[in-house]
Write a protein that binds this ligand. Structure first.
Ligand code: ADP
Ligand code: MG
Length: 376
């Protein structure tokens, strides 16, 4: 009997790591037809931001995250703070995942992929993995390393191989060691960074440019790059370890919100994009701590990421937001998702209302604001 209790306790206390949540605000992009309203959200230091309260414009709502990247933040700084520190783990047989979340137009692709002039997380991370492996091999640590990539898309709950155009929906399986795999998915060995460019650039351009139809698709599908590092011991007992890094440009978060009636919390709405909706539940469950069921199996995306999100894996979610008013509700909903996942663990997010005079950017007089009251 006693033994059984201790087994249960061990199971209950099994460590699941939480998902680090960063928020990145892109610069205000002035438009001709814009009436000069200015931004509705702004940063308050390295972990906080505030957004005007739509219920009462004399108030702002303040949120706290693990990291806040303001509009001035460079691609390099985002990489150094949020991604670089987790990369050494994949050389030690551990898994990691980095997601860009947020509404279409808020900067997910800029953050993950970037441009020739401003490369994003994907090229920087892949380069760094090659650097790390190079350093290990130079140090003659007794292991041999090989790097490879797969690139896929989840669209309408179908898993499609982006390195093999025209492929059909692929099945997701789990092996006896609980590793998740996709039999039949192209896996391309890479011997250098330029090798990566050669295979990745055409496949990603294929997905992100061209017709409007394709653009719509890119806002509704999840683009998933997998970088795998296999480490083999040169001498006996010839052990082998595999580390996986998933770099994910998620579908636009606005899809979920629009299915809701009042549409503020993801949870309250039905889901057009099942994988994105389930991801939010998985992150909530992981960050709520031990005990609760984590619904990985409820969607393709979360099933695929099961061994690389939570558990012993290292995960970062970068929530991208835009400062213009026309994004207000998408921003609000994205922040509530990101901050909720923050709140459930230890330090609650700060969601306090602040009476206007010192905070609200706007033209109303002090008297007007005070007369407007501070209630909901
Ligand atoms: P998403 O992938 O979320 O739909 P994009 O990455 O395509 O959004 O960004 C929309 C537009 O905003 C693009 O023109 C992009 O270059 C620009 N943009 C996004 N984030 C930034 C940023 N941090 N700095 C400068 N431009 C940005
Ligand atoms: Mg995009």
């Amino acid at each position: 009997m006693a033994q059984r209790v201790s087994v249960n306790e061990a199971a209950g206390s099994r460590r699941t790591s939480r998902v680090r949540v960063a928020v990145r605000l892109r610069p205000y992009m002035d438009k001709q037809d814009d009436k000069g309203e200015g931004p509705c959200v702004r940063g308050l230091g390295p972990q906080k931001l505030e957004i005007i309260n739509w219920r009462n414009a004399t108030e702002t709502l303040q949120y706290q995250f693990d990291v806040f990247h303001g509009e001035e933040t460079t691609q390099q700084a985002v990489f150094l703070t949020s991604v670089k520190p987790i990369l050494p783990h994949i050389l030690n047989g551990q898994n990691a995942s980095v997601f860009a979340y947020g509404p279409t137009g808020a900067g997910k692709t800029h953050t993950m992929l970037g441009s020739q002039e401003q490369p994003g997380i994907i090229p920087r991370a892949v380069r760094e993995v090659f650097n790390l492996v190079g350093a290990q091999e130079k140090g003659q640590d007794g292991w041999e390393y090989s790097i490879g990539m797969s690139y896929l898309e989840i669209y309408n709950e179908k898993v499609l191989d982006l390195l093999s155009p025209g492929s059909q929906d692929l099945p997701i399986r789990e092996d006896k060691d609980r590793n998740i795999l996709i039999p039949g998915l192209t896996h391309t060995p890479l011997s250098s960074f330029s090798d990566f460019d050669t295979h990745f650039i055409p496949a990603s351009l294929n997905r992100t440019t061209a017709s409007t139809k394709l653009n719509q698709r890119s806002s509704r599908s999840h683009a998933i790059l997998l970088i795998k590092v296999v480490k083999s011991q040169r001498g006996p007992p010839h052990r082998q370890q595999t580390g996986k890094l998933y770099l994910v440009d998620l579908a636009g978060s606005e899809d979920n919100r629009r299915t809701g009636n009042q549409g503020i919390r993801l949870k309250e709405s039905g889901a057009i994009n099942l994988s994105l909706f389930t991801l939010s539940k998985v992150v909530d469950a992981l960050n709520a701590g031990a005990g609760g069921r984590v619904p990985y199996r409820d969607s393709k995306l979360t099933r695929l990421l099961q061994d690389s999100l939570g558990g012993s894996a290292h995960s970062v979610m970068i929530t991208n937001i835009a400062p213009e008013y026309r994004y207000y509700f998408d921003t609000f909903s994205a922040l509530n998702f990101a901050a909720k996942s923050k709140q459930i663990v230890n330090r609650p997010f700060v969601r306090e209302t602040v009476v206007a005079p010192t905070i609200v950017p706007g033209k109303r007089s002090r008297e007007e604001q005070e007369a407007g009251g501070s209630g909901e």
